[in-house]
Design a protein around this ligand. Structure first.
Ligand code: NAP
Length: 492
């Protein structure tokens, strides 16, 4: 961790954009150094994805004790996999405890940010017209927050409540109702497990079924929580267990080559689970994907295969023709009468900080820089956008592991670049175009060989069909974040 500001350093002004998990992390680190910063949050509450998503069944499929900041373990988790509400509470409590909540300006969307070449500062435009000037921008605006509403003909004619999962409609009829659910990513699958016993009928529209990785869920007792409070090492034992971090390492080693034994092991496990749990051959055929396990983000569940076999659930794998006022018409003419239509159709994962206008050196826009695909040097910095740092930005690791750990490692990397500016060794830092080009060339070549590029559609792919993520192992990421290659930076 960085040293405390000793007074001889240049005092910088920081804008953190977004008060989700990564923005709160940046705020805590800046507060610990006594820095001058403000977090700009477009909503009225912090929490990011955990504020936005409130759907029934929402659970984080990373073990709760691994889904915490490393410096703030949380003995109070109620279950091995925590639910969304608990996680939201954790972030709010943590922000409060570290004194960063008063630094957050809520309802303050940043609509533009432009680099002033001459004065080497960022000028931010806030919604409502206010202008703010800072030396450093930390973009912590998240990945999965622009909802993907599918372009299904007739959607707007539906008479019942139709809504995206990240815009949960509390007035919609669910209990005892006929409910349609489109999409079977992690979100759709979790919703099935929560609604099967509540609805009269649940029609689950699955365009491409998912491989399900079996995991075990269990509640922590009062005695467990007491033990965690008394002995924090018990929480570390889970965070660093072979079942969690060992699996992350094996899995990320495996993704780099889709013929790897690690991926074969995942495939075998998912197949065995499907075959053991789903006895009806017709349903099993419907639930069997036609691509390799882990090509799309693996869905973890302890109960989906039980819930999907309940009489209230019907899996529809035919193509949707259109939505009509009273339900959904399939391409073969079948009609599903529905009271409510839930869209678990994912997110536009290529937006990042946009639609905020970002203008770098010489007025170069981020939209231009990202014309082919969103990209950042080692997922953190962008050529010609000095003193602009991203947390969970493009080409960073994605998968079934904790993005908190990823953001913390990225912050440690950013700190080392900030130190150059604080110590007066640089006024502005950005990666060189050549270094970034070299990184992208290597990354794209490796990405094409990963399991994510083995032939399925998913939000992991960019517009050209190349996996948009970190294509190397977890350990390679940790190593890259441990120390920036300063020679790759343009330091002015
Ligand atoms: P997603 O994985 O992108 O899944 C979207 C689903 O909607 C897919 O089944 C997709 O089908 C379907 N779909 C999209 N447009 C459609 C259309 N026009 N017609 C029919 N089907 C359509 O989205 P998600 O489930 O919201 O999950 C997104 C990510 O959020 C996850 O991968 C994960 O990273 C994160 N998440 C994590 C957790 C957790 O427990 N940690 C929980 C929820 C979400 P196709 O596959 O055929 O395109």
């Amino acid at each position: 961790m960085s040293s405390v500001n000793n007074g001889s350093e240049r005092k910088l002004r920081y804008a953190v954009i977004g008060a989700g998990m990564a923005g709160v992390l940046a705020a805590i680190r800046l507060k610990q150094r006594g820095e001058d910063f403000t977090v700009y949050e477009k909503a009225a509450r912090l929490g990011g994805t955990w504020r936005e998503n409130r759907y029934p069944g929402l659970t984080c499929d990373v073990p709760a004790h691994a889904y915490t900041y490393s410096f703030e373990p949380y003995p109070e988790w109620r279950a091995f996999y925590a639910d969304g509400g608990e996680i939201q509470t954790y972030f709010e409590k943590t922000a409060e405890k570290y004194g960063v909540t008063p630094h957050i300006r809520f309802n303050s969307e940043v609509v533009s940010t432009a680099w002033d070449d001459e004065r080497q500062v960022w000028k931010l435009g806030l919604i409502g017209g206010e202008q703010v000037e800072v030396d450093v921008v930390i973009a912590a605006s998240g990945v999965l927050h622009h909802v993907n509403v599918p372009d299904i003909p007739g959607l707007d004619t539906f008479e019942g409540h139709a809504f995206h999962t990240a815009r949960w409609d509390d007035d919609a009829r669910i209990d005892g109702a006929k409910v349609g659910l489109v999409g079977c990513g992690s979100t759709g699958i979790q919703i099935v497990t929560a609604l099967a016993d509540k609805v009269e009928k649940l029609v689950h529209f699955q365009r491409s079924p998912q491989w399900i990785m079996p995991v075990e869920q269990f509640a922590y007792s009062d005695a467990d929580r007491e033990a965690f409070r008394n002995d924090p090492a018990l929480m570390d034992a889970i965070r660093f267990s072979d079942e969690y971090i060992g699996n992350v390492r094996r899995f990320t080693d495996g993704i780099t080559d889709f013929n790897s034994p690690e991926i074969k092991a995942v495939q075998d496990l998912c197949e065995q689970y499907l075959n053991a749990k789903i006895t009806d051959p017709e349903l099993r055929a419907k639930l069997t994907p036609n691509y390799q396990a882990a090509c799309k983000r693996l869905v973890y569940s302890w109960c989906y295969y039980d819930e999907v076999q309940k009489p209230s659930v019907y899996v529809e794998t035919g193509g949707i023709e259109r939505v009509e006022p009273k339900g959904v018409r399939m391409k073969d003419g079948t009609f599903h009468e529905l009271d409510t239509l839930i869209l678990a159709t994912g997110f536009k994962a290529d937006r990042f900080i946009r639609p905020t206008t970002v203008l770098g050196e010489g007025g170069r826009s981020l939209d231009d820089a990202w014309a082919t695909r969103p990209t950042a040097y080692y997922a953190v910095t962008i050529p010609e956008f000095p003193n602009f740092f991203m947390l969970n930005g493009p080409t960073g690791p994605v998968g079934n592991f904790s993005l908190i750990d990823i953001a913390e490692r990225q912050w440690d990397y950013i700190e080392q670049l900030l130190d150059l500016i604080r110590k007066g060794e640089a006024k502005a830092v950005a990666p060189s175009a050549a270094a970034h080009e070299d990184y992208e060339e290597r990354r794209i070549a490796a990405a094409k060989k990963t399991i994510f590029g083995s032939g399925c559609s998913s939000w992991y792919l960019d517009a050209t069909g190349v996996p948009a993520s970190w294509p190397w192992s977890y350990d390679a990421f940790a190593e890259a974040m441990a120390a920036p290659k300063m020679a790759d930076y343009v330091i002015s």
